[in-house]
Design a protein around this ligand. Structure first.
Ligand code: GLU
Ligand code: MG
Length: 467
C-alpha cells in the first residue's frame, strides 16, 4: 500500500483474501503469532498478538484495545486528559499487511505496525501513525512536496546478567573500536542476518562513543516506512541481544553521565522528483525552499523538543558538547548544532543531501517526531522564512551577546521547560490536534511528576530499561 493511502476498516479490496493466504503461508513457515505494534505517547512500543488464524479477523474488524494506553507513562501509571485516560471505550487496531514481516530474531513470530480506528470506523485522533500520514498528505496537497527520512538507532549494550538492573557494558573496547566489533562479532553478524532476512536495508552498523554503545542506520524511505522501520529495528535488536545473553537499552541516558543514545532524524524535502537540498542557489546547494524549511525547524525546535526528547532522561543526554545538538543553530556537517546540513559526497548530492535533526532520542514516538518535525519545517517553507547565519564549531563557545545576535538559543534543559515551549506553539499543537497535543502535555507532565525528588542517577535508573 503506498504510504499516503489510508487504511480502511475491513481492508481494501482483496485484503481479506490476502490475509487468508498470508496466514496460511506464515503457518507453513512455522510462524505461530503476529505481533501488532504501536508506539504510545510516552514512546513505549506496546503490543497485542494474535495467532495466524486470526489475521483475517484482525484485517476485517481490527483487534480491540483501550484508548487508555495513549496516556500511559513509561512506568505504566495512567494520566488523564479531557478525552483520554478513562477506562471506557474501545479502539480497533488494524495491521498494515504491506509492512508485515517474519521476525528472524524471534522464531515463531511475525510483526506488523497498526493503525488505530474507533469502533465506528473513524481514524482515532490519538493515532500517531495516522497523524504522520495526514501531515504528509497535507504537505503534498498544499506545498507539492514529499519527504525521505531515516531514524538513526543508538543503543547501549549491557550484560543481561548484571546485578540489580545495573548497566554493565557488554564490551570494554574503545569508542568506534575494532575490539568492540571483534568481541561482539557473533552478535553483530546475527543482528545483520536477522535484519537482512526482514528486508531492512541497513546502511551502517558501528561501535559508537559511549561504553557498550552501537549505532545502526538504514536507507532513506518515506517517513511512515522510516518510523515503522525504527520500531522494527529496535524489536530485532532487543531480540537478538537477548539470544546472546545481552540487554539493549535505547534510553536517552543509560547512566547519568557522558554521551547518551540519540535517535537523530534524517530528512529531505523533494518536489517533482528533485531533492530540494541539492542543486539550488542558496547556501551549500540548498534551494530557497530548503533554507526556509531549516529556518522553520529552528524556529520550532524548542517546542519540538517536547516531542523529540520526551523523557526526563532525555535532558541528561541533551547537554552541550556531546554531539546531541542542543542549540537552535545549523551548520554544514556541524555535529553540535541542532540541525546538521548534510550535503553528500561530490557527485551524489542529488540523492544524498539531507538534514540531520539531532535533539531527538529514542524515547520519542517516531511518528509524532517525524510529523512534528515536518510540520515545523513546512511552517518555514510556507512563509519563506529567512535562515540565520551558519554556526561552525561548538555553539557552546559563543559568548552570550554573540549568541543572541545570531539567534542561537540553548534548547530546553528540562522536560517542564520543553512543555512550556510546546504549550506556546500553536503550529505544532494545531497540527497534532487537541487530542494528541493534550496527551503530549499530560504525559510529559506525568513523567516529570514521576521523577520528582530523584537525582540524575535516579532518573537514569528509572528509564534505563524502559525504551
Ligand atoms: N550519541 C550522540 C547523541 O546522543 C550522537 C553521536 C553521533 O553523532 O552519532 O546524539
Ligand atoms: Mg551516532
Amino acid at each position: 500500500m503506498p504510504p499516503l493511502v489510508d487504511p480502511v476498516p475491513g481492508g481494501h479490496p482483496g485484503d481479506l483474501a490476502r490475509a487468508h493466504a498470508l496466514a496460511h503461508e506464515l503457518s507453513a513457515q512455522g510462524v505461530r503469532g503476529i505481533v501488532l505494534a504501536y508506539v504510545d505517547t510516552a514512546g513505549i512500543c506496546r503490543v497485542k498478538t494474535v495467532p495466524c488464524r486470526q489475521l483475517h479477523s484482525a484485517v476485517a474488524r481490527g483487534v480491540g484495545m483501550s484508548p487508555v494506553f495513549d496516556t500511559f507513562l513509561a512506568n505504566d501509571a495512567i494520566v488523564r486528559t479531557d478525552v483520554l485516560g478513562s477506562p471506557d471505550g474501545d479502539l480497533r487496531m488494524y495491521p498494515d499487511l504491506d509492512r508485515l514481516v517474519v521476525l528472524a530474531g524471534q522464531p515463531g513470530w511475525a510483526w506488523a505496525p497498526v493503525d488505530r480506528f474507533t469502533q465506528e470506523g473513524a481514524p482515532h485522533p490519538g493515532c500517531g501513525r495516522t497523524f504522520l500520514r495526514r501531515v504528509l498528505a497535507d504537505a503534498e496537497h498544499r506545498h507539492g512536496v514529499t519527504f525521505r527520512a531515516g531514524v538513526e538507532i543508538e543503543w547501549s549494550l549491557g550484560r543481561a546478567a548484571a546485578p540489580a538492573d545495573e548497566f554493565v557494558p557488554a564490551t570494554s573496547g574503545p569508542a568506534y573500536g575494532a575490539i568492540r566489533q571483534i568481541e561482539l562479532g557473533d552478535y553483530t553478524t546475527d543482528l545483520l542476518a536477522a535484519l537482512e532476512a526482514q528486508e531492512v536495508p541497513v546502511a551502517q552498523l558501528h561501535p559508537e562513543y559511549a561504553p557498550g554503545q552501537f549505532e545502526l542506520s538504514t536507507d532513506a524511505a518515506d517517513p511512515v516506512a522510516a518510523a515503522d522501520r525504527s520500531v522494527l529495528v529496535r524489536q530485532t535488536v532487543r531480540a537478538v541481544s537477548q539470544l546472546h545473553g545481552l540487554r539493549a537499552s535505547f534510553a536517552p541516558a543509560v547512566t547519568e553521565r557522558g554521551v547518551g543514545n540519540g535517535g537523530h532524524l534524517h530528512l529531505s524535502v523533494w518536489r517533482d522528483g528533485l531533492n530540494l537540498h541539492a542543486g539550488g542557489d542558496a547556501r551549500y546547494g540548498m534551494t530557497a525552499a530548503a533554507e526556509s524549511f531549516v529556518a522553520g525547524l529552528l524556529a520550532h525546535l524548542p517546542a519540538l523538543t517536547a516531542v523529540t526528547a520526551p523523557s526526563p532522561a532525555s535532558y541528561l543526554r541533551l547537554r552541550p558538547s556531546q554531539w546531541a545538538g542542543v542549540f537552535t543553530a545549523w551548520g554544514r556537517e556541524t555535529r553540535e548544532t541542532g540541525i546538521r546540513v548534510v550535503t553528500g559526497t561530490a557527485g551524489h548530492q542529488g540523492e544524498d543531501a539531507n538534514l540531520e535533526i539531532k535533539p531527538v532520542d529514542l524515547a520519542a514516538n517516531p511518528y509524532l517526531a517525524l510529523g512534528c518535525a515536518i510540520t515545523a519545517g513546512l511552517d518555514g517553507l510556507g512563509t519563506a522564512a529567512a535562515l540565520s547565519e551558519e554556526v561552525t564549531d561548538d555553539p557552546a563557545r559563543l559568548v552570550p551577546d554573540e549568541a543572541v545576535a545570531r539567534r542561537v538559543r540553548r534548547l530546553p534543559t528540562s522536560l517542564p521547560q520543553a512543555v512550556e515551549e510546546f504549550r506556546k506553539d500553536q503550529v505544532l499543537r494545531n497540527a497534532l490536534g487537541p487530542v494528541l497535543a493534550d496527551a503530549v502535555i499530560a504525559v510529559r507532565e506525568g513523567e516529570s511528576g514521576s521523577v520528582a525528588g530523584l537525582d540524575d542517577a535516579g532518573v537514569a535508573a528509572a528509564y534505563r530499561w524502559k525504551y
